[in-house]
Ligand binder design. Structure first.
Ligand code: SAM
Length: 217
């Protein structure tokens, strides 16, 4: 397990030793990267919104998949490109996840730790947009901190506040979602949903929501 994690983090050594240790620590403590491949189809097109330096793309990038990462932070996109490469099956674009609307559709769309940067009405727009970007039967994965009274939520909120105010992450504000409301949103649109805890060895309130778009609408 530890060897596999080290191997996954190793390419980030080319950026810097602190970047390598950051990635190693993320992979070691955060279960989401190991779990996403259970949900994303083995073959097909995958869109990763808010991909950052490509941590989830490092896991999603497998033969048979075409993966595209979008982030508005040019520096992070440059790192992702440098570490993971760029080609027919893998691409990175600097862009706004809120307004990104390509012509094509995807078999999987992921938003890992992205939604909470936006106010609720913008989140709703992003959820609608993500459904539009999915092929029938495709899967949308949303991982985020859950807004729910308790210590885990407070720590999640506090760490993100620090991350934004120090400039580590470029983002406007903070509004963590309720997973019950997220699920209701998709159930009302005929989707099948599954929610699971996704905090692993961390102190955060993270959960993962998998949403399957209906085959017929
Ligand atoms: C907490 S990081 C998560 C990165 C990545 N998903 C991961 O798991 O490592 C959130 C990312 O969302 C990006 N982001 C925030 N607002 C965005 C927007 N409007 N459009 C595109 N990316 C955005 C940030 O630049 C940052 O890289």
């Amino acid at each position: 397990m530890s060897r596999e994690i080290k191997a996954k983090a190793k390419p980030y050594r080319t950026i810097s030793i602190p970047t390598y240790y950051y990635c190693y620590w993320k992979y070691r403590t955060d279960p989401v990267y190991g779990v996403i491949n259970r949900y994303v189809p083995e073959k097909g097109k995958c869109l990763v919104l808010g991909c950052g330096i490509g941590l989830e793309i490092n896991y999603l990038n497998r033969p048979g998949r075409v993966v595209r990462g979008i982030d508005h932070d040019q520096k992070r996109i440059d790192i992702a490109r440098r570490v993971l490469g760029y080609g027919n099956s893998l691409s990175f674009e600097t862009g706004d996840a809120v307004t990104y609307r390509p012509e094509e559709t995807f078999d999987a769309v992921t938003m890992i730790d992205l939604l909470h940067y936006f106010p609720p009405q913008v989140q709703n727009h992003m959820l609608e947009n993500a459904l539009q970007l999915l092929n029938p039967g495709g899967v949308l994965l949303i991982r985020d901190g859950e807004r729910k009274a308790g210590v885990r939520y407070f720590i999640t909120w506090f760490c993100e506040r620090v991350s934004i105010s120090t400039g580590f992450t470029i983002a406007g504000g903070l509004s963590f979602p309720s997973f019950v409301m997220l699920k209701d949103f998709f159930i009302a649109r005929g989707c099948r949903c599954e929610i699971l805890p996704a905090w692993g060895n961390t102190v955060f309130s993270n959960k993962l929501l998998a949403v399957w778009k209906p085959l017929l609408q």
